[in-house]
Design a protein around this ligand. Structure first.
Ligand SMILES: N[C@@H](CCC(=O)N[C@@H](CS)C(=O)NCC(=O)O)C(=O)O
Length: 208
């Protein structure tokens, strides 16, 4: 299966896609565009935005839909409408989160405002996410007993924003005080895939 991910040199909206592919140990190529060259190539993509994933002879766009497509294709999904809703609603939570981060950190260049927003406005969402995790019985997964798109997007959001080495000194205490069970989830999910652990130790360090 030939797979190519088109994006910029960022984690941002592409990282859940990379994490799913690596969790499963799938090989893929990446085309990372510079912001200088982007205007001359954006017409090649349906909504003139990235990420785009080429797979199965298709050019898929819209990051949340790409993650759901991949999970369905790889067997990380549920047929039951309610279980499916439980997974997709967490995809929406992560989408809101990354959209807010892009607005504050990228467009408004206000990283301190971003941290304040997490402390003051996002803590109650972290608590609600933790309640979901506990309600599922702390199985190591957010829904049922197997990986789903909910785990991939929550893993990326929690690991990259709060726990990875570069940010953990400042950010880990916020998560520890609001929703400590989510730290256990991140550790357990990471260690459930050797190829994911490998990817995380070898991926380029990116600020965003
Ligand atoms: N809803 C879209 C948003 C995509 C989006 O805004 N992508 C940004 C990068 S994160 C982009 O392509 N910016 C370049 C542009 O709009 O010209 C998604 O989730 O894929």
């Amino acid at each position: 299966m030939s797979i190519t991910l088109h994006y910029f040199d960022l984690y941002a909206r592409a990282e859940p896609i990379r994490v799913i592919l690596n969790y499963r140990g799938l090989r893929y190529d990446e085309r990372l565009y510079s912001f200088q060259e982007w205007p001359s190539i954006k017409d090649q993509f349906e909504f003139q935005e990235l990420p785009c994933l080429e797979i199965d002879g298709l050019k898929l766009v819209q990051s949340a839909s790409i993650t759901k497509y991949l999970c369905q294709k790889l067997g990380y999904s549920f047929k039951d409408p309610y279980l499916n809703y439980l997974t997709c609603s967490l995809v929406d939570v992560r989408d809101d989160f990354i959209t807010k981060k892009i607005q504050l950190c990228w467009h408004e260049k206000n990283p301190e405002g971003w941290i304040d927003w997490i402390r003051n406005d996002f803590s109650h969402i972290l608590k609600a996410i933790e309640r979901r995790y506990k309600h599922n019985g702390e199985t190591g997964f957010f829904v049922g007993n197997s990986p789903s798109v909910a785990d991939f997007v929550m893993f990326v959001m929690l690991h990259d924003q709060f726990l990875r080495e570069k940010v953990s000194e400042k950010m880990r205490p916020i998560l520890e005080s609001a929703a400590p069970k989510l730290i256990e989830f991140v550790e357990s999910f990471k260690n459930s895939s050797e190829t994911l652990v490998n990817y995380l130790s070898n991926r380029p360090e990116r600020d965003f």
